[in-house]
Ligand binder design. Sequence first.
Ligand code: GCO
Ligand code: MG
Length: 408
Amino acid sequence: MTIELVDVNITSPGRNFVTLKITTSDGITGLGDATLNGRELAVASYLADHVASMLVGRDEDRIEDTWQYLYRGPYWRRGPVTMAAIAAVDMALWDIKAKKAGMPLYQLLGGASREGVRVYAHASGTDYAALKNAITGYEELGYTAVRVQTGVPGLGQIYGVSSSGPGVRYDYEPAKRSGDRPSEERWDTRNYLNHMPGVFASIREDFGSDLRILHDGHHRMTPIEAARFAKDIEPYDLFWLEDCTPGEDQTALRLVRQHSTTPLAIGEVFNSVYDYQTLITERLIDYVRSAVTHTGGITAMKKLLDFAAIYGIKSGIHGPTDISPVGMAAALHLDLAIHNFGIQEYMPHNAQTLEVFQTSFTFDKGFLHPGDNPGLGVELDEDAAAGHEYTKAYLPVNRLLDGTVHDW
Ligand code: GCO
Ligand code: MG
């Protein structure tokens, strides 16, 4: 059989998603997530204008060969746009192969290594009272791990903190529909470094030692600031400190490692195994944070995680709402199958998104399962998708208090 149709679907049920749909000559369909937050149309064009026609007529079963063809073929390598496009094709082909086998994808990846996938929720609050309320709400829902982000005195709206007010779920959606330009935020690392250790101390005091606490530094610290911070928060036993320094500077983490035993996670802005070469071989990190969607798909992610496993490094696959339910399904099948699973990020999608993408995921006491439908287990309702027109949205730009552009 061969690939007959390749369609790119763009929809915006509250936020933008780009989905690739491949149909074979015997009518089997496969889906792939190609969403790149704030640059969605670049990936859609890469697929529709440059990739779709070369897929038609290819054997859908030759996944590795198609991956190499799309990676080596264009001469230009890597980058988030290219690797998201390759990921979408790869996911769709795995979806088709597993549907043909009549099995959920995790069976083709070696079968389940565990009964469910431990996930972490996003708890945030503009102050400690609101954060505490959010953590309590997640504990009541059965979560055993939470990522905590909080407002910092002297700063306004900052990364990771919901402004939606008290409630069990504190939704946080960073991409803003703000017309032709991104919105702007202000930042001061000194205020942040002075404030955060006290927040972790209060959480440990209020919630005890069992709760897994995660935190995202979102690339804002210099190596020496990150080293001090990781050392200061050691007594609060974090599950991980994420993205403490800018992602592209692999050797920055040497300094952090020398000074602290706080576990480190990095990689959501990476798109290739080569971005991790130093980090993995020098054991500078504990968790790989790539998204299946931005790292070339299931084929590439499985190789990356097998490489990490040799060095005792585990997975912590990226799973915010800008990863579509299709990308999330790909992550969950990998999580279930690989041996070196660490934890999975989980930020549930809104009701509109779940009408467009119907999933078979189940959640039980802090653990997710991708379900046992053949393939990835996600259906795209194209009529529902057509009701949500693409709306330009951007991630914010960050500036220091004096106006200097900083990492967001
Ligand atoms: C995370 C991430 C996200 C990113 C978002 C950008 O850890 O989940 O940092 O919140 O900011 O994916 O599009
Ligand atoms: Mg992050």
